[in-house]
Each structure stands twice: as C-alpha cells, then as structure tokens.
Design a protein around this ligand. Sequence first.
Ligand code: MLT
Length: 408
Amino acid sequence: MVQVNGNYLKLKAGYLFPEIGRRVKTFAAANPDAALIRLGIGDVTEPLPEACREAMKTAIDEMGTAEGFHGYGPEQGYGWLRDAIARHDFQARGCDISAEEIFVSDGSKCDSSNILDILGAGNKIAVTDPVYPVYVDSNVMAGRTGEAGDEGRYAGLTYLPISADNSFAAEIPSEPVDLIYLCFPNNPTGAVATKDQLKHWVDYARANGSLILFDAAYEAFIQDPSLPHSIFEIEGARDCAIEFRSFSKNAGFTGTRCALTVVPKGLRGKTANGESVELWGLWNRRQSTKFNGVSYIIQRGAEAVYSDAGQKEVKDLVAFYMENAAIIRRELSTAGLTVYGGEHAPYVWIKTPEGMDSWGFFDHLLNKANVVGTPGSGFGAAGEGYFRISAFNSRSNVDTAMARIKAL
Ligand code: MLT
C-alpha cells in the first residue's frame, strides 16, 4: 500500500477556516432561518475595480485573435506587470528593487508555503504566536517540526508570543534562529511595525545569517505615512529578506488570484557543506518547474491597478474597508469590549469577555447574534482569550452585525 506523508497526521484538527466553515454549516443546517453575517475569513466582498475588469475584458478579446493570443507566459510574470510593480510598490518608496527580482504568482498563501522548497530542512524557525496558520502548517507538512504538544505548539518551532502585554510586538529571539516569519500589518492582530522595529529584525537577521520571510499582504491598509510598507524600506534588508505581496486584499483579487514575491538578487543561503548559494536562482528554478504562471488576462487586470483610474479605485476600496474597521472598533468599544488593531489593518482583534475563551465567544456570537468571527486560539496558543473580526464586508452587514453584538 502506498505510504502517506505522515507529517500531515501531526496537524491539529482542520485548517482554521474550513473548521469555522464546518461549525457554521452545522449551525446553519440546524437554523435555516438565521441570517448569518460572516466576519470570519478575511475575504473581500466589494466588486473588482472597473479599471481591472476593463483591462481583463480587453485581454480576453486579444486572446480571441491570432496576433493577441498568449500561451505560456514568461515564468516570472510579464515584464510590463513586473515593471509596474517595481516602480509603484517599491522604487516610489525608495526601495532598491528591480523588476527582475519580482516573481508574479497566484497567491501569497502559496508562495509563503512553497518557499520552504528551497530552504533546508535543518533551519531553526521562528513564528509569532498568534500567527497566520499557513506558516506553521506548511512547516509541519514539510516535516520541519516535531509533534504538537498539549497547547498545540509544535516541537522544534520557536514561538514568539505577541499580546497586549508587549503591544503585539514580538521580542527578538534570545536564541539564534535561521528563518523568521513576520507579517505587517499583522494578521491576525492588526498590529503594525515601525521602521525602528523592522530595523531591529533586519539587524538581528544580518548578524545571525537569518532569513526574514516578510508578508506584506495588507500593506495597502497602512494609514500613517511614516510606517514602512515594505521590509526593503529598511537598509540591509536586501541581504536578509524575501517579501510576499498580494492583489487580493487591496484590489479584491481573492477570487481572481494574483500576487508576487520579491527575492533580491544577491540574497544568499548556504548548503549543508557551507557553500554559499543565491536564493533567486533557486526560487526561479522552483517556480519554472512547478508553476506555470498567472494567466495573461489576470496579469493585465493586475497591471490596471497601477493606472490612474485603478489607483483611485483601490484607494477607495481600502478606505471603504478601513471605515468598516473604524465602525467595528467604535461599536465594540461602546459595547464594553477591549479592541486592538483595525487602524492600519482590516482586522480588529478583541479581548474576549471575562470568563469566555475564544471558541466560547465564537459559539456565543454565532448562536446569539448569528455573527461569525475567528477565535484567536485558532491562530496559536497565545491567541487564546482573543477574537478576530474582519472588516471585509458590506457596510450594511457590518452595521447589522455590530447592532446585534451590542444588543447581547
Ligand atoms: C484570513 O482570514 O486570515 C485570510 O483570509 C487568510 C488568507 O488570506 O489566506
């Protein structure tokens, strides 16, 4: 009989969001008249920008002609998209990143998992707790951890707790680690990092020969112009960081799929024998072997994000969700809950009421208010006692959800 990857059996229960989906489905089956409002998974709800749709339509028509037809695209993504990304997202903010260092992909979730393909099994890995579960689960699947303990923490990983006690800023590990996952603006806590804070991480990584995997999927939601959007705004980051970006949350591409990963040229790791190797070449090799790129039509849609019309529409979308976040913060505070995040991120992180744990609060909101959120403990042991509310929904759903919670 064929052998399975036993590492999968180490995984705790289901992936967080399907597990929530399962519970919600059971509830909905038992309560068919309940008008559920889903503020759980961070999935966008507002229509795709017109600029993107028009670009995609034009691309579809091009594909219907012999001259405009496109088969397999360039493996890193089309040059015109990578140029636009490099210029607008990086060079305009003073980051020394070129189009050649950008790899267009179909998602940051996939890229932040797939990157493990090019990294050795012996690396010591640090994650914050709570954390976006993909970073942990992909390491478990790849056999980079031991078993989960009672608290659900996996042996072999270094957990860096983040809570209200340390203002959701992880402390630099006291032991050397090789791989550090950072996500800012943070999913799930909504916290942001200042340039000084990122500088500490970059300094640590350079001093220890570590690699930072920087997830900037939510950078568009930063409101304070002094805050960094990219790790590459920090001097020295080219020597120690890879960055993940996405069109999912800013331009509403969760169902359309387009993202990018930046691997600086000259960023190096070492072989088991101590020989120095450039990571760019390995990632290029990995992507060109295992990935056939994002469709021409979708890349044209992503390119339109950088047009004047696209930029305005994206700005309006972000402002819309951030207004939702402000409403959630205000209404939940008025209801007596302690709220964090939601000022530079589309997630509001709240303290669960006295005497209720994360899943207890999840069930309470589901049963009594028909509102779905995400239990903090699903993001890690230190997320216990917290709860995440996503600002991605229509205004009327957010208003109704808040009114229902306040009425409890
Ligand atoms: C979330 O809710 O945390 C996000 O939807 C996860 C993701 O973007 O994959």
